[in-house]
Write a protein that binds this ligand. Structure first.
Ligand SMILES: [Zn+2]
Ligand SMILES: [Zn+2]
Length: 347
């Protein structure tokens, strides 16, 4: 009698866009399609957004990255294999993975339910290979389900740029009818304006130059303030002072100049990431009890809220798509600041 042998199915190799050393260029390589471990799923990636934070992987700006590494934390795809012990997710289910790529459930913050600030937070594309590949492994606690009517390429940018603006605004304390300013009309700002409009705020979009004025209004801005031609802080004061200013453009100087545009109890929410200091005097903050707060993305549950709200309200990212093989070109396009507005890789 012949002995039965269990043979693991041989998977075709997959394409990966990887960085093999800090400062290196994108390389398209073939790798063996990975098998999910316990508590993980394998995702057949359909789309992955190209985010400015991918520079952390490309240039080595985050401590402890192990190379080669595939960046990508705006991942939309379909579960195609389950690891041991995974019961709450099904094969064929559409899922996304954003900046929050896993938490340990054991640190002090996790025990307090503050998963966003987990001391051992995992980030796709930094802690493990992200969405710049045809198949990706992810732990179940990183998964967000994608509503049926959202296309993969539209869902992807909502998992970082989208959740960041949506979550920052919904936790800001601004109420319907309040004046909310969105500084910067780019990858983050063009989503921030849409969410702010759908939340029922009076939206002031602030950009440099007049060229984005009509687009900002189309996205839902009530007024457009050209910070090159006018003093934007004074313009906000003329409108009564902003309850919230969400600063999306990575310019500490521009943020500093806006602080005097806050009204009483006003809040500057900082989401545009830079390394140089914001300048503010204690008197500026004390007068009118103003605050400055930073905000980072959110949990996968927050991602699901973002996606559902986008589905409900019609908020969509404006995107430019590139095939995975052109990851280098896509990255350059994103870094140029000229993309309208999010760059997305399509597998
Ligand atoms: Zn990002
Ligand atoms: Zn933790």
């Amino acid at each position: 009698m012949a002995t039965m042998r269990v043979v693991a199915p041989v998977l075709a190799p997959m394409k990966v866009a990887q960085i093999s050393k800090p400062g290196g260029n994108f390389e398209i390589v073939e790798r063996e399609t990975p098998t999910p471990g316990p508590g993980q799923v394998r995702i057949k990636v359909q789309a992955c957004g190209v985010c400015h934070s991918d520079a952390l992987t490309k240039e080595g700006g985050w401590p402890g990255i192990q190379y080669p590494r595939a960046p990508g934390h705006e991942v939309a795809g379909t579960i195609d294999e389950l690891g041991a012990g995974v019961s709450a997710w099904k094969k064929g289910q559409r899922v996304g993975v954003g900046w929050h790529g896993g938490h340990d459930n054991t640190c002090r913050e996790c025990r307090r339910g503050d998963f966003r600030n987990c001391q051992n937070l995992k980030i796709p594309g930094i802690s493990y290979d992200g969405g710049y590949q045809q198949y990706m492994l992810a732990p179940v606690e990183a998964l967000a389900s994608i509503p049926d009517t959202l296309k993969d390429a539209e869902a992807a940018p909502l998992l970082c740029a989208g959740i960041t603006t949506y979550n920052a605004l919904r936790h800001s304390g601004a109420l319907p009818g309040d004046l909310v300013a969105v500084q910067g009309i780019g990858g983050l700002g063009h989503l921030g304006i849409q969410f702010a409009n759908k939340f029922g705020y009076k939206v002031a979009a602030i950009g440099r130059g007049s060229e984005n004025s009509s687009l900002a209004k189309k996205l839902g801005a009530t007024v457009y303030i050209d910070s090159k031609a006018t003093n934007a802080a004074q313009a906000l004061q003329k409108l009564g002072g902003a309850r919230v200013i969400m600063a999306t453009a990575p310019s500490s100087k521009a943020m500093s100049e806006l602080i005097d545009g806050l009204g009483p109890n006003g809040e500057l929410i900082v989401i545009g990431a830079t390394f140089d200091p914001i300048e503010v005097t204690p008197i500026q903050l004390i007068t009118g009890s103003k605050t400055i707060q930073g905000w980072a993305a959110g949990t996968p549950a927050d991602s699901e809220d973002t996606l559902r709200f986008a589905e409900l309200s019609g908020v969509r990212p404006m995107i430019e798509t590139y095939p995975l093989e052109k990851a280098g070109e896509a990255y350059e396009r994103m870094m140029s600041g000229k993309a309208q507005f999010r760059v997305v890789l399509i597998m």
